[in-house]
Ligand binder design. Structure first.
Ligand code: C2O
Length: 549
């Protein structure tokens, strides 16, 4: 591989959408941020320079960071943030991965405006396991807030209530023609007839899972989270925050005199408020010749049909169709035996308010979200540093609870969990432990689906279901042959998923809901994977410019 250098200047930029102009944090003044491109085996050296008042850090979502955990990026987990006027060089090699990933800020809600595609091409002379596309187009979904997102999150934390929702969804930063004042800010995909396009879809939205479809065109799913899948056709797809999906789009054989909209809008199961609007872009065929097509009248505009807001059966059918390629070239190395079994509950709850505080959460409480009833408290120094230098005392506890004392029953009255515990507790694993973890949604304030993301690993999704996981019955139905491998999975609303991974990457690895509001409320935890005995099984020492807290 080769070494590729990038510079990310974190700076303020005025950006106008929906007729509102705001000064916001960007990379190099771009929104969305610059595309990072590399090949499998390359080394990336990305210098991030902070010119704004906010603390920043950047995460390379889905990159395994083998032995290079210092470059992973979540603030206070693998590094202290980069402070005003400081810089940090993220230096890592892409080992055994190719496909669509992305990068984003990983501190507070800065990722609302600080994100971009990270595209890993296969090695030279290695082709895709599908037809060579005529063109490749990244399409990144986002959310636009007219107000400052840092103000929104700090207000929510102070009042204990739900934050304000976004004002629009965006495609490559553009809200599109269905919003007021946005017709000129519409993403256009210009295509030629009779070609195959590879669309690299990325959901960078803060808080919403999205349905996506293109009118009168079928999509072939070929990859999710930078893992090839057994191709299948669909008119509509579902993508949660944190996930990526590559699809092939075959254009009509002849120039159609019509315009086709592509649209995305939320899939939502919870009780809370959310942005229930629709982003649209245009699929536009380039006229074969300027003379042959004389537009007599305006061509018709076709719109796709998207599922209803809470269409969980669509979500289930779609996700259960995803299977790893699992062939000789791209095997699915599913752990067949398990050393450690875990069951983690994930869900929302509430905490009592401090005295003198007026809280806007349910019944005067404040929102808290938890894993095994622990709402994660962000430490004031980075966990990886404390671990590496043997200074964990007072920073974190290595006793993440393994037996949740509250196993909720979904069929009866949902119990009212108003006593979520708090702490900075990590789950310690020996090197090369084969792990199975059941993520069980809880219905404390109404069930809700949660896109759980694990740093530093891909996992295999060996099973999923509704209701409570049954340890006697459900494992018999696990798929240990060709389950989908990914880094972010939707825990079904009122259900569970079963994941397996081999803990072969030493370091501290964040796991959290990729709905930013749930992360803020504490739906996050960290795994600490210890070093192995061999030199290539150890976390390397930190770079000298690692930021200090
Ligand atoms: Cu894409 Cu921890 O995040």
């Amino acid at each position: 591989g080769v070494t590729r250098h990038y510079t990310f200047d974190i700076k303020l930029q005025n950006v106008t959408r929906l007729c509102h102009t705001k000064s916001m944090v960007t990379v190099n003044g771009q929104f969305p941020g610059p595309r990072v491109e590399a090949r499998e085996g390359d080394r990336l050296i990305i210098k991030v320079v902070n010119h704004v008042q906010n603390n920043v850090s950047i995460h390379w979502h889905g990159i395994r960071q083998l032995q290079s955990g210092w470059a992973d990026g979540p603030a206070y987990i693998t590094q202290c943030p980069i402070q005003t006027g400081q810089s940090y060089v993220y230096n890592y090699t892409i080992v055994g991965q190719r496909g669509t990933l992305w990068w984003h800020a990983h501190i507070s809600w800065l990722r609302a405006t600080v994100y971009g595609p990270l595209i890993i091409l296969p090695k030279h002379n290695v082709s895709y396991p599908f037809v060579k596309p005529y063109k490749e187009v990244p399409i990144i979904f986002g959310e636009w807030f007219n107000a400052d997102t840092e103000a929104i999150v700090s207000q929510a934390l102070q009042t204990g209530g739900g934050p304000n929702v976004s004002d629009a969804y965006t495609l490559n930063g553009l809200p599109g023609l269905l919003y007021n004042c946005s017709a000129k800010d519409t993403f256009k995909l210009k295509v030629k007839p009779g070609k195959t396009y590879l669309l690299r879809l990325i959901n960078a939205a803060l808080n919403d899972e999205l349905f996506f479809s293109i009118a009168n065109h079928t999509l072939t799913i070929v990859e999710v989270d930078a893992i090839y899948v057994k191709p299948f056709e669909t008119d509509i797809l579902l993508i949660t925050p944190g996930q990526t999906t590559n699809v092939l789009l075959k254009t009509k054989p002849f120039f159609p005199s019509a315009t086709f909209l592509m649209m995305a809008r939320p899939y939502a199961t919870g009780l809370g408020t959310f942005d229930n609007s629709t982003v649209a872009g245009i699929l536009e065929y380039e006229s074969p010749s300027l003379h042959s097509v004389v537009p007599i009248k305006k061509p018709p505009v076709f719109k796709p049909t998207l599922p209803v807001l809470n269409d969980t059966s669509f979500a289930t059918n779609f996700t259960t169709r995803l299977k790893s390629l699992a062939n000789a070239q791209y095997p699915a190395n599913v752990p067949q035996k398990v050393d450690k079994h875990f069951l983690f509950t994930v869900g929302l709850g509430t905490n009592p308010c401090d005295q003198n505080q007026t809280c806007q959460g349910p019944n005067g409480t404040k929102f808290a979200a938890s894993v095994n009833n622990i709402s994660f408290i962000q430490p004031t120094t980075a966990l990886l540093q404390s671990h590496f230098f043997g200074q964990s005392n007072g920073v974190y506890s290595p006793y993440f609870p393994i037996n949740p004392t509250h196993w909720f029953n979904y069929t009866g009255n949902p119990p009212n969990n108003t006593m979520v515990g708090n702490g900075t507790e990590v789950m310690v694993l020996n090197f090369n432990t084969s792990v199975e973890v059941i993520l069980q949604d809880t219905s404390i304030l109404g069930a809700e689906s949660h896109p759980l993301h694990l740093h530093g690993y891909n996992f295999f999704v060996v099973g999923q279901g509704f209701g409570n996981f049954d340890p006697n019955k459900d494992p018999k139905k696990f798929n240990l042959v060709d389950p989908i491998e990914r880094n972010t999975v939707g825990v079904p609303s009122g259900g569970w998923v079963a994941l397996r991974f081999l803990a072969d990457n030493p370091g501290v690895w964040f796991m959290h809901c990729h709905l930013e509001v749930h992360t803020t409320w504490g739906l996050k935890m960290a795994w600490l994977v210890l070093d192995g005995k061999l030199p290539n099984q150890k976390l390397l020492p930190p770079p000298s410019d690692l930021p200090k807290c």
